[in-house]
Design a protein around this ligand. Sequence first.
Ligand code: NI
Length: 134
Amino acid sequence: MKAYLTRRYHFSASHRLNNDAFSAEKNRVVYGKCNNPHGHGHNYVAEVTLCGEVDPATGMVCNLADLDMFARTNLLDAFDHMNLNTLKCFANLVPTTENLTIEIFRRFQSGFSHAHLERVRVEETGNNSFEYAG
Ligand code: NI
């Protein structure tokens, strides 16, 4: 019996969209206001979905306490109140929310032994969200 578990996490971070391979003018054209040199912040919501067999003994796909502990270390401590541009994972990658979603997926991919990571969805604003499923 397979089931899906989705947990939401909230964090705030700033970014500036800029590709070092582009000229300053091209960066302004491509990224518009998001290329502002001082950056800007978002209150992100990350939804992590795990899929797995319901453990007959516990009745769970994954213990929420284990998922929260993993998310504390690998998501919240890593990204909350950070400037994404300064992080190692974005040293050579524009910190768009597409790339952030893929990075969060990569971090959660190997975190769980019984459940597997199905999908990560990140809301950047009330109007934008991004999904990655591997
Ligand atoms: Ni932005």
